[in-house]
Design a protein around this ligand. Structure first.
Ligand code: SAM
Length: 228
């Protein structure tokens, strides 16, 4: 059974999708999509041998060898320029997702939709989208097994209009920030508490530092006095 998180990711693929799932691990997502939609085709990319072999196993088990091509390689290196209409990059950090998109941007000539699910650092992904002419048209946030996940869906801006996101929009998401679903409030309440804790620790360290400086100044003064 596919996780609700990956089902949500899959729901943003169009019917008859021709997509790449980068970092596919067991290839559960492409197998699910192809089982629901007999017109879909996929490339499952994996950089690591173990997950690559797992992906091959799942694809063969479900008899999708004809429609899902499992390829070993780093990020978008596994696809040819213009080969896929949609790209999914899910279940890794936002910085890595941005890196993968940036390293392989010349492969995305016919990629109209990019679906990402960064585990952390969503801001990096939004920054890349803004900079490279993809408009964030959908944002989702769900909770599963005690984790909160964001899904960011961006479509190629064919009009070539440039746009800008504020620092707040980059951090919270331009759409999530407006909608504020309960998972969003939960996530940012936790993040607020983390910041409060870090700030308390930093303040304590600063006070201790100040006490040390004061003590050394006092000692220095005494030493200078004894020497004169
Ligand atoms: N996409 C699946 C999901 O969302 O459940 C699997 C996520 S799994 C935590 C991350 C996978 O990405 C791992 O199998 C890892 O080997 C793969 N990976 C990490 N860096 C990669 C890269 N540069 N190119 C391709 N795959 C990568």
């Amino acid at each position: 059974k596919l996780s609700e998180r990956l089902k949500l990711v899959a729901s943003y693929l169009p019917k008859g999708a021709n997509f790449a799932d980068i970092g596919s691990d067991h290839a559960y997502l492409p197998c699910y999509v192809c089982s629901k939609d007999p017109t879909a085709m996929a490339i499952a990319g994996e950089v690591n041998e173990g997950p690559y072999l797992s992906a091959k196993k799942t694809v063969t088990l479900y008899q999708f060898d004809e429609v899902i091509d499992v390829r070993l390689g780093d990020g978008l290196a596994v696809i040819n320029p213009g080969e896929v209409g949609q790209v999914v990059i899910s279940g890794m950090g936002g910085t890595l997702i941005r890196q993968i998109l940036d390293d392989g941007k010349e492969k995305l000539v016919h990629t109209d939709r990019i679906i990402t699910q960064p585990n952390v650092d969503e801001k990096s992904v939004r920054e890349w989208f803004v900079k490279h002419g993809y408009i964030i048209n959908h944002e989702e946030i769900i909770e599963e097994n005690g984790h909160i996940y964001e899904v960011i869906i961006a479509d190629k801006n064919k009009d070539g209009i440039t746009y800008h996101l504020t620092m707040e929009e980059l951090l919270f998401g331009p759409l999530l920030r407006k909608k504020k679903p309960k998972e969003f409030v939960e996530k940012w309440s936790l993040e607020r508490d983390k910041r409060i804790h870090v700030l308390q620790q930093l303040k304590r360290a600063k006070e201790q530092q100040a006490e040390k400086v004061e003590y050394f100044e006092k000692e220095l003064k005494m030493i200078e006095e004894v020497l004169t």
